[in-house]
Design a protein around this ligand. Structure first.
Ligand code: DOR
Length: 446
């Protein structure tokens, strides 16, 4: 199959096999219906109550399953270039497809950072032939150092739609104001990692009862909230648009809820670990529970769940952050923050959130696709309705299947899953990427 880089930075593939996804319930933005789905030459060819298998077609059984647009992750660390011992584009996108994702937004905190046209083009080329679409996020500032703006227009010309210094927040309000002005002119979105460095200091976990008991330096909830509040003020003043990465506190959810009720163009995401784990998990100093923003108390977990339920939070994003064992297995205060997320996100959402599957899919597929401009409305091929002519990006989910996470069996190069041994409900059965079955019966096909 031939692969090239398209003019929006996408990998363009040739014709795939003919597939029939049989016996499932199609769930997309337009609702729910019992239907078989025929895929030919990379596109949906028919959606009908019963489709006879054309000669030579591959049948993907979907009895009892939900057939949905592929999931879209707004927040993936692929580590290539620079940290290939922790992850590569190949292993990271394999993990993505096993988790039901047909697109991931690759964070720019690689080495070097994705702050130049050359660096972005390099990742786009490396991603040709990957198991999922890799949309590159560009850095807001050169080297993510927070001092000078990156050449955002050059990056936008390569198809970059989301810019972030993730791993760090842009500390200067003045620089952020200029960046928002440029972003508005270019029609791109800035995504902030909200963390005020003067408040976070050398904190390694949430500042509260557990950090006091354990003697680990903490970072207060306010370190996140003051930057959320600051950036909402900038959005209001400039009439700009803004996305908030991995929100983790009650105060942040409240701020975004109020901003939305004012009509401001803000969107927000939450990571599965922030709605499924609390800071108490740090009790035995295991660095697998170290992450930025840190795990928070139960009240914050509850606030995130409420925000996901009432529409304040628009997307579930993994913040998949692989770290090779030799890097991660250090004393808690020295270990790098981050945890794996791609293969467990959907199951955690089904297991932990009291929401109908269609709402969970909105949070994991079409809403994030819209935020990063990969949806059909913006000319992309992700998250759209499953109708004839649509792109063949689909995941088939068994919402009642149970499985036990085994960190050693995950496709990532790293092993830092905080869910090792945990039993989850809901499993990705098949994933189809641009018409090709990249996962069949929970097995990667490449
Ligand atoms: O825990 C985290 N890990 N948070 C971040 O913001 C960065 C990420 C990483 O790159 O490891």
């Amino acid at each position: 199959m031939g692969h090239t880089v398209g003019d929006r930075g996408e990998s363009v593939t040739g014709a795939g096999p003919t597939l029939v996804i049989r016996g499932g319930t199609v769930v997309d933005q337009s609702g729910e219906r019992r239907a078989d789905v025929l895929i030919a030459e990379g596109r949906v060819a028919a959606v009908e109550s019963r489709i006879a298998r054309p000669r030579g077609a591959v049948v993907l059984e979907a009895d009892g399953c939900v057939v949905a647009p592929g999931l879209v992750d707004l927040h993936t660390h692929l580590r290539e270039p620079g940290r290939e011992e922790s992850e590569t584009i190949e292993t990271g996108t394999r993990a993505a497809s096993l988790g039901g994702f047909t697109a991931v937004v690759a964070m720019p905190n690689t080495e070097p950072a994705l702050d130049s046209a050359e660096a972005v083009r390099n990742v786009q080329e490396l991603a040709v032939g990957a198991s999922a679409h890799v949309a590159v996020a560009g850095a807001i500032t050169v080297g993510r150092a927070g001092e000078r703006l990156a050449p955002m227009s050059e990056l936008a010309a390569l198809g970059v739609r989301l810019f972030t210094d993730d791993g760090a927040g842009v500390q200067s309000a003045g620089l952020m104001r200029r960046a928002l002005d440029y972003a508005t002119g270019l029609g791109v979105t800035l995504a902030q990692h909200c963390e005020d460095r003067t408040l976070a200091g050398d904190g390694a976990m949430h500042e509260g009862a557990w950090s006091s008991r354990l003697g680990i330096p903490g970072m207060p909830a306010a370190a996140e909230e003051v930057m959320v509040a600051r950036d909402i003020a900038l959005v209001r003043a400039l009439g700009a648009r803004m996305h908030f990465l991995h929100l983790s506190t009650t105060g942040s959810v409240d701020l975004v809820r109020r901003a939305k009720s004012e009509g401001l163009a803000v969107t927000a995401e939450a990571a599965p670990h922030h709605f499924s784990l609390t800071d108490g998990r740090t009790a035995d100093y295991d660095p697998v529970f170290k992450v930025n923003p840190p795990l928070r108390p139960q009240a914050d977990v509850d606030a995130l769940k409420a925000g996901l339920a009432d529409g304040t939070i628009d997307a579930i994003a993994t913040d998949h952050a692989p770290h090779a064992p030799e890097l991660k297995d250090l004393p808690f205060d020295q270990a790098p923050p981050g945890m794996l997320g791609l293969q467990t996100a959907l199951s955690l959402a089904i297991s932990e959130l009291d929401l109908p599957v269609a709402r969970i899919l909105a949070l994991l597929s079409w809403q994030p696709a819209s935020i990063c401009g990969l949806d059909p409305v913006h000319g992309g091929d992700q998250g759209g309705a499953i109708v004839p002519g649509a792109a063949g990006n689909i995941c088939v989910i068994d919402p009642t299947a149970t499985w036990t996470v085994e960190a050693s069996m995950l496709a990532s190069r790293s092993r830092n899953s905080p869910y090792d041994g945990r039993k989850l409900t809901g499993r990705v059965r098949h994933t189809v990427f641009r018409g090709e079955p990249v996962v069949i019966d929970a097995e990667a096909q490449r």
